[in-house]
Design a protein around this ligand. Sequence first.
Ligand SMILES: *Cc1c(COP(=O)(O)O)cnc(C)c1O
Length: 363
Amino acid sequence: MGPSILEIDLAALAHNYHYLRSKIASETMLLGVVKANGYGSESVAIARKLAALGVDYLGVAYTHEGVALRLGGIKTPILVLHPQPEEFSDIVKHCLEPSIYSIRTLEAFIKAAPWEGHYPIHLKLNTGLNRLGLSLGKLAISCEILLNQSNVKVKAIMSHLAATDDLKEKAFTRLQIQRFKEGAAFIEKHIGPVALKHLSNSSGILNFPEAAFNMVRSGIALYGYGNHSKIDSLLKPVATLTTKISQIHSIEKGDWVGYNKGFVAAKKMRVATLTIGHADGISRVYGQGKGVVFVSGNPCPIIGNVCMDMLMIDLGNHVAKEGDKVVIFGKGASAETFASEGKTISYELLTGIGARVNRVIVG
Ligand SMILES: *Cc1c(COP(=O)(O)O)cnc(C)c1O
């Protein structure tokens, strides 16, 4: 086991799951998003826990992520949000459900699906994010294609919202919800009733309850972050990243710390070298006054330039010794705060934690 550890707390995951359930109607289904290795944690462990908690669906971005869950013994329905045509045989082989987001993917999946097997697909509409999805102008042709075959069956209509976490853009979110309703009504008028409709992500669940339809998709909130400090205080961080103090130096005024004179001591001070660096996901945007870590609960700024395998912190007058544990983020040290010090968001920080950091499951 390496010196840096990402502790994954399944009890915190259960807490967040129950919180989200309390925010939706009892008949509304919940899809837990476990893409990008469970937001940087450990997707199979997260998926197993969510399945045990009673999650209705799981979601991943790419096909191989869904295959890994199946190989890990997960039996829950799995939606693949962004599959590629060359992977469609794997989708079928592993009983995954594809998001179909274009005429190209619709035609390719109909070819790949079992003959007259009514294979379930989620038809994804573009309601304004302009990332993935059938534009509303393509729905008539999509319905015509669907009516002329029975290899696939539309199990769900879905879309994705662009700014659920930004209440200044409420009008745009409402416009997207309206377009979604219209698109879904058009499809159902032409091909008949569709079992599921899902639109909301975590912030959508919390800020736009009217957009829940009969399923919602949550990622970041399950991991303990709600894109708002008030919500963060009600959730528990699943992942806690810790590392160690490897060496402590007492340095004099004018001494350098790290590569390229990244820091020059203004006075006599104590500097600790930690066993984590940019190869582990602590970006080089940190340092030079950006980013604070915690030694026995005491905040210590990252100084100089972050190295590949190490970084240095100013210990101030805090009591610390070589071998001590240091908390980068997690319990008692918000990843959202650390991320914002690096001008990014919790999503990027969490998913960027490197493979060299050991994942340890607790709870
Ligand atoms: C990642 C993703 C989600 C989850 O979003 P959160 O903000 O993490 O809840 C939901 N839907 C789609 C299409 C996604 O890509």
